[in-house]
Design a protein around this ligand. Structure first.
Ligand SMILES: [Zn+2]
Length: 385
């Protein structure tokens, strides 16, 4: 697998690949949690150029999913993004699944000849900066008192987030085709055998050799409890088809034709990972789909609203549950720290048994907003008529 780059050329610009020029190209982009790399695929120059354009566009479109799953990236973090509630509040969705206000707030008013200042910062560092700012403006300001009065507040959203989940366009599409090709290269196929991928990636006028695939489920052992990414290659010399099925986050499902004149050996290879952990999964892809359906899918008839909704219905509860689990462990950890701090128990200390009731009370006090949020959310929605 992988092969030595000594006799290989860059799949795109044909530059000779040697130790200096070859790149390690993530098969599934690093931005959405990809791990495995193709070594004898493209050169460093092409890798850098494409990483900035095609993969960046794909990463942008899939960012909400990446944040919700808590993608574990090999390099860097998933960037936070702005989300909006249906009543118009704008919030940052952070890397750890929490949300913070888009901007800090600051309020100054005169009460009985004295200036009263209140502000909301998004974290302690910002609060400290804001206190410094107040000190510059009002030299008599008691900085220490303000620090002592700082209070960390956690609240839970009571209105839903409005969002659009879309995927498409020529740049994201090129990233998908590149992934299919990198995978084929990594399992040992010569780069030139994917001639349609090459035409599409190097000729802007070439029609897209891929389509959305929602008519049938290609994954025969779809895990009920986790989302995944997969790329699956199928080459059949009898039909001449070299195809790749790619799925991201369980939601975006695509079929790519790498070649219509494949003459190599029969091949079927699948690579799948859990994007939250980077651990590879064993997936079975059902390639018994008819030639007619493959043709229709590549012609753009593979998108059905029903199929897309089925994918959404399978995946969204998994993404939301994953989000809840992260909030739950975050809330419990904070409640534990709060109880320990308020009862004077240091990290590593054993909690004496006579302190347990007070410890649990303190934890419950801190957990109250989270539990309230869970209860309120599980109540039936009131309808307004
Ligand atoms: Zn190149």
């Amino acid at each position: 697998m992988g092969g030595e780059p000594r006799h290989a050329n860059c799949a795109l610009c044909l530059a000779v690949l040697n130790n200096k020029s070859q790149s390690k190209e993530h098969i599934i982009p690093n931005s959405i949690g990809g791990r495995r790399k193709a070594r004898a695929f493209i050169c460093k120059t092409c890798n850098n150029k494409l990483g900035e354009t095609w993969d960046a566009e794909l990463a942008k479109q899939l960012n909400w999913c990446a944040l919700s799953v808590g993608v574990c990236r090999e390099r860097g973090e998933v960037p936070k993004q702005i989300v909006q509630t249906i009543d118009g509040r704008r919030l940052w969705l952070n890397n750890d699944g929490t949300m913070t206000p888009e901007k800090p707030s600051y309020n100054e008013r005169l009460v009985d000849g004295q200036t009263e200042i209140s502000f909301t910062a998004r974290d302690r560092r910002e609060a400290a900066r804001m206190i410094e700012g107040v000190k510059r403006k009002h030299p008599g300001f008691n900085e220490q008192k303000a620090h002592n009065q700082l209070e960390v507040q956690h609240t839970y959203l009571d209105s839903p987030i409005h969002m659009t989940l879309g995927f498409g366009g020529p740049s994201a599409g090129r990233s998908v085709v590149k992934t299919a090709w990198a995978h084929a290269s990594d399992v040992g196929l010569p780069n030139w055998s994917c001639e349609e991928a090459k035409k599409y990636l190097t000729d802007e006028g070439y029609p897209p050799p891929y389509g959305f695939a929602y008519k049938t489920d290609f994954v025969s052992n779809r895990p009920a409890d986790k989302v995944f990414h997969c790329v699956s290659l199928m080459g059949d010399p009898k039909t001449g088809l070299l195809l790749s099925y790619i799925e991201y986050f369980g939601l975006f499902r695509m079929l790519v034709r790498l070649s219509a004149a494949y003459a190599g050996a029969s091949v079927q290879e699948t690579y799948a990972i859990d994007p939250a952990t980077g651990i590879a999964l064993k997936l079975d892809i059902d390639w018994s789909v008819s030639g007619e359906e493959i043709g229709a899918t590549l012609d753009g008839d593979g998108y059905t609203k029903q199929g897309y909704l089925a994918a959404m219905n399978h995946t969204m509860p998994l993404l939301l549950r994953r989000n809840d689990e992260r909030h739950m462990s975050c809330a419990v950890r904070e409640a534990f720290d709060y109880a320990a701090q308020s009862l004077g128990i240091d990290e590593g200390d054993i909690i004496p048994s006579d302190v347990w009731p007070a410890f649990v009370d303190a934890m419950m006090e801190k957990l109250d907003p989270f539990i309230h949020h869970l209860v309120v959310r599980s109540l039936p929605q009131q309808s307004v008529s």
